[in-house]
Design a protein around this ligand. Structure first.
Ligand SMILES: Nc1ncnc2c1ncn2[C@@H]1O[C@H](COP(=O)(O)OP(=O)(O)O)[C@@H](O)[C@H]1O
Ligand SMILES: [Mg+2]
Length: 212
């Protein structure tokens, strides 16, 4: 079973948006997918509950309450939506659950500063230090702003974490979320720019570089 976790101590950076879209991506690709929501705000679980029954199934787990008790053994992809404010022992415990960690960052100065601190802490977790878990950053809610873009890029180089994709700010994410879908399930004429932006992320996820 593949375990992909989306995490950042910062709220509102797009953890649930990425987690639900990754779940939708693998479900549409014909994989057996479960989405574990460790955040009591339950955004991912709400998304699963709103998912139309004719769409490829994603099994939702109220992990904030019950852990992975109801995880079907046949699951091929477990996508984990981590809570905000994960630090210290809680962070270490969460990291134990995944071998691939995606950190969404909003390209604003405040978010970048908070995220840098978070990535520093994450890199200090034993499992990550031993390279038993791989981290990548995704810039999310990007608007045309090259200055911030350059800053984020050099920031990430400094901390030595790969920066694998940039996702734009788009109504499609809000539209898809409210219908229990991913952007991959929206019509091509609307969502093709987002499909293109997801390419580098899904390529990284299927590459050896994203696994220990
Ligand atoms: N790329 C995007 N474009 C537009 N809106 C976005 C995008 N990513 C996230 N959002 C919106 O931003 C808000 C916070 O995103 P969310 O995924 O819930 O963050 P988190 O789970 O990290 O708290 C939500 O309203 C979501 O719809
Ligand atoms: Mg969330």
């Amino acid at each position: 079973m593949r375990h992909i976790m989306v995490m950042n101590a910062k709220g509102g950076c797009g953890k649930s948006t990425l987690a639900t879209n990754i779940a939708s991506y693998y479900a549409v690709a014909g994989q057996r997918v479960a989405l574990a929501d460790f955040d009591p705000q339950r955004s991912s679980l709400d998304w699963v509950e709103g998912r139309p029954s004719e769409r490829p199934e994603v099994i939702g787990l109220a992990a904030f309450d019950e852990g992975l008790k109801h995880l079907p053994r046949t699951t091929e992809y477990l996508i984990i939506d981590a809570p905000a404010r994960s630090h210290g022992p809680e962070l270490t415990a969460l990291v134990k659950r995944a071998e691939t960690i995606i950190v969404p960052i909003m390209p604003s100065r405040i978010d970048m500063r908070a995220s840098r601190r978070f990535i520093r802490e994450l890199r200090g977790v034993g499992k990550v230090e031993r390279k038993q878990a791989r981290i990548a950053v995704v810039a999310n809610r990007f608007r045309d702003n090259t200055l911030i873009f350059d800053e984020l890029d050099s920031e990430l180089r400094k901390i030595g974490v790969p920066y694998v994709a940039t996702l734009r700010e788009a109504q499609n994410y809000i539209r898809a979320y409210s219908r229990g879908l991913g952007v991959f399930e929206l019509p091509e004429y609307l969502a093709w720019p987002d499909w293109e932006q997801w390419g580098p992320l899904t390529d990284w996820l299927s590459s050896r570089a994203s696994r220990p």
